[in-house]
Design a protein around this ligand. Structure first.
Ligand SMILES: Cc1cc2nc3c(=O)[nH]c(=O)nc-3n(C[C@H](O)[C@H](O)[C@H](O)COP(=O)(O)O)c2cc1C
Length: 209
């Protein structure tokens, strides 16, 4: 059962006191236990538009060198899911070997989950902040959005798939030439319990200089 939006503290204003530390056993448990859901296990209800906006507000509170905000969000929810899928299908319909089956699958891209947020990396030319840092900030936004969704009570997953790497798909979804799709965050409620996946051995990847 998702928490009410009133559980999210109000947005801070510039220079308001914030938390340099935030001891939280619940947050540690979230980090130690959260899992993405498979797309096919994301079912209704998904987050409402107001909840999506609130999740985005939380997601955008990431480290962002130079306060550039080098990312933007496109909510694909409700009827827009079919329209966005149709735009993707239109973009590939004349490709060799594309048949009605494939077009149907592509048309349903965003209908596979109750809601989706496309996170767009939108780096700005900046003398002090390399593009790489701005792209990393977009990655942080994606994960923050997933964590926020889990904490509010929704399941989700961060996918890219072909449509994140295809120029025509990007154009069809309104992504500019200087932008890149960092991810599609699909959101909903879990139809199945999650189980742990094999994890990279973090210890084996630690060295000390
Ligand atoms: C940038 C990025 C793109 C991803 N794209 C896909 C994808 O296209 N298809 C897929 O099956 N998993 C993809 N994944 C993997 C899933 O999001 C996820 O990592 C995996 O299901 C396990 O997630 P968990 O550790 O949150 O449980 C991607 C992950 C990242 C970080």
């Amino acid at each position: 059962m998702p928490l009410p939006l009133s559980a999210i503290p109000p947005r801070l204003n510039d220079n308001d006191p914030a938390n340099a530390v935030c001891e939280s056993a619940e947050t540690l448990a979230l980090l130690a236990r959260r899992r993405s859901s498979k797309l096919m296990h994301l079912t209704e209800p998904g987050p409402t538009s107001a909840e999506i906006d609130a999740l985005i507000e939380l997601a955008a509170r990431v480290p962002d060198h130079g306060k550039i905000g080098p990312w933007r969000f496109v909510a694909i929810e409700g009827d827009a899911r079919a329209r966005a899928g149709a735009a993707l299908a239109e973009a590939i319909k004349t490709d060799e070997g594309v048949d009605e089956n494939r077009l149907g699958f592509v048309r349903d891209t965003f209908l596979r989950a109750p809601a989706c947020v496309m996170v767009v990396s939108a780096p700005q030319p900046n003398k002090k902040v390399p593009e790489w840092e701005q792209q990393l900030s977009a990655g942080a936004v994606c994960y923050n959005l997933l964590l926020a969704a889990h904490a509010l009570g929704y399941a989700g997953c961060w996918l890219t798939e072909w449509q994140a790497f295809d120029q025509r798909a990007a154009k069809a979804l309104g992504v500019g030439e200087s932008e890149r799709i960092a991810g599609f965050l699909y959101l909903g409620s879990p139809s199945q319990a999650a189980t742990e996946r094999t994890r990279a051995d973090a210890k084996a990847r630690i060295s000390r200089f």
